[in-house]
Design a binder for this molecule. Structure first.
Ligand code: CA
Length: 224
């Protein structure tokens, strides 16, 4: 489980990091909203802990941008005790829960566990894009009525596309998320796999869903 902590107060950030690491979470930190946002978009986290008052980009703007980019990572916001307005705006903007400072670590841990559990349950639900449907539990895939057999890697690749529809995915992002490591000179492996996947998903269908973005990567979308 990977958690991103976006917090400019070093003491608070390291208090959270240390505590969560003791609970066997992998924790990365960012000291301002800009850096945090880049990390949250480019890497895959199971949860973001987001301080509301941040330099460069505040929590509000962070969250707006994150949700506009359809990144669905659960977000736990940290606010000052008296900022009810912030809490309301935060929840409306797409924060999943909040905690007011100061807080006891046990309380933070309980929220973290609940949010991750909830998002894992959501993850079990079927994903649908156009007439393409996948079941993250059984790894079954359908295009229209037809069931399609994929290898484990092809499935992983397709699930990544389905979780990030209408977004350009670079080869580096794909390598990071589907292979869990970055290729240096073997990014053509990704092209090979995308082609396998296309043959199975798109070849016999009237509408193509996986498109090449020349020089950048790939995108799952309905129109050419
Ligand atoms: Ca702060």
């Amino acid at each position: 489980m990977r958690i991103l902590v976006v917090e400019d107060e070093k003491k608070v950030a390291s208090f959270i990091k240390r505590g969560l690491e003791e609970e066997n979470y992998e924790v990365e930190t960012a000291g301002d909203g800009e850096e945090g946002l880049t990390m949250a978009i480019e890497r895959k986290y199971d949860l973001v802990i987001l301080d509301w008052m941040l330099p460069k980009r505040d929590g509000m703007s962070f969250l707006k941008e994150l949700r506009e980019r359809k990144t669905l990572t659960p977000v736990l916001m940290l606010t000052a005790k008296d900022s009810v307005e912030d809490i309301v705006t935060g929840l409306e903007t797409g924060s999943d829960d909040y905690l007011t400072k100061p807080f006891a670590f046990a309380e933070l841990l309980a929220r973290v566990k609940a949010l991750i559990r909830r998002s894992e349950m959501d993850r079990g639900a079927e994903l649908v894009f156009a007439d393409l449907r996948i079941d993250p539990v059984t790894h079954k895939v359908w295009r229209g009525e037809k069931e399609i057999d994929l290898t484990a890697k092809e499935y992983g690749l397709l699930e990544y596309f389905m979780r990030n529809p209408n977004q350009v995915l670079t080869r580096t992002m794909i390598a990071d998320h589907v292979w869990d490591y970055t290729f240096d000179s073997f990014t053509n492996i990704i092209d090979v796999y995308v082609n396998y996947l296309r043959k199975k998903i798109d070849r016999d269908a009237p509408t193509k869903l996986i498109h090449t973005v020349r020089g950048v990567g790939y995108i799952l979308k309905e129109e050419g």
